[in-house]
Design a protein around this ligand. Structure first.
Ligand code: PMP
Length: 322
């Protein structure tokens, strides 16, 4: 779907996957006016297909667009575009289990010009790719690196938007995590470098017995849809679920004295991933016993059962395609 200043959204079309031809002076290549989303379509037990909370993705896409001085795509058009692609690619939705068809809606400036200003032409596209189960061999805890050198986002910056530049800026820290033998980077706040924000592409939860806590939305972390869903699912299951503030010192101390029983990360791609060990320039510890914990696994099961149609959709989160 195209957007042109003065004309609005126009010329929606469904075409076979193919390369785009890009002008060397395309404004996105220079100024990175680009946003994206990620959501999954799951096969349901009756053979139908459904997406999980696409309205929430559509709303976050609009919020990202506002931050990046881009036009807001109406939520109905966002969902209609995803639905049309899934209908077309129906055969690519895996038959069952945790496998899914991953959808990647995105928008970028399609105007040509070298002046630094918001573009007047944009292109919104959705592509799809089958995604296997994230842990085909069983859930495996990840090791994380606390990044004290680099920051992902600052207040007033673009951290709460799903824009390409945030990910470009994170690559060097991800590489640093890997050089320390860690799977993922954990971002800290930009001012004191001690408040836990989020992981590379997932939000974090801290489990204190039957109370679970996730870092509050400070404006510099992404408001994850999985994070939001888990606040509700956890309460449904009888846990106390809250937003709060946790420092690296809290994490290390509460783990050592046994009050912090589990830590996990959550996001569309992996659903829920246990955190097994933590490293920084100054410290190195095993989280709990290093194994996936019972609360983590219970929440993971509950969310996946909902998404794959094996549990009642009591919150109206599933969007069936018929
Ligand atoms: N934080 C970041 C930086 C992410 O890229 C993602 C993935 N979209 C998340 C958190 C988790 O968000 P969601 O649950 O909506 O996938």
């Amino acid at each position: 779907i195209k957007w042109t200043e003065g004309r609005g959204w126009h010329d929606a079309e469904l075409v076979p996957y193919a390369p785009l031809s890009i002008d060397p002076a395309n404004m996105t290549l220079h100024y990175a006016q680009t946003i994206f989303e990620g959501l999954k379509a799951y096969r349901q037990p009756d053979g139908s297909v459904a997406t999980f909370r696409p309205h929430a993705n559509a709303e976050r896409f609009q919020a990202s667009a506002r931050r990046m001085a881009m036009p807001e795509l109406p939520a109905e058009l966002f969902i209609e575009a995803c639905d049309a692609l899934i209908q077309q690619d129906r055969a690519w939705v895996p038959d069952s289990g945790e496998a899914s068809l991953y959808l990647r809606p995105f928008m970028f400036a399609s105007e040509v010009g070298l002046g630094v200003r918001p573009a007047n032409e944009f292109l919104f596209i959705v592509i799809a790719s089958p995604a296997g189960a994230y842990f085909p061999g069983g859930v495996k805890p990840v090791s994380v690196w606390l990044s004290e050198e680099y920051v992902r986002a600052v207040k007033g910056g673009t951290g709460a938007a799903k824009t390409g530049g945030n990910y470009a800026a994170s690559l060097v820290a991800q590489a640093q995590a890997a050089s320390h033998g860690c799977d993922q980077v954990v971002w800290l706040d930009a001012v004191e470098h001690r408040w836990i924000e989020e992981m590379g592409g997932m939000n974090l939860y801290f489990v204190y017995g039957d109370r679970i806590v996730t870092p509050e939305l400070t404006g510099s972390l992404l408001p994850g849809i999985t994070r939001d869903s888990l606040l509700t699912i956890a309460r449904d299951l009888g846990y106390t679920a809250e937003e709060g503030r946790i420092t690296t010192e809290d994490w290390q101390r509460d783990n050592a004295d046994g009050t912090l029983t589990e830590v996990f990360a959550c996001g569309t791609a992996a659903v829920i991933t246990p955190v097994g060990s933590v490293k920084s320039e100054r410290a190195d510890w095993v989280q709990g016993d290093g194994q996936p914990g019972p609360v983590t696994m219970r929440l993971r099961k509950a969310l996946l059962e909902l998404q794959t149609g094996h549990a009642a959709d009591t919150h109206g989160w599933m969007h069936p395609l018929g």
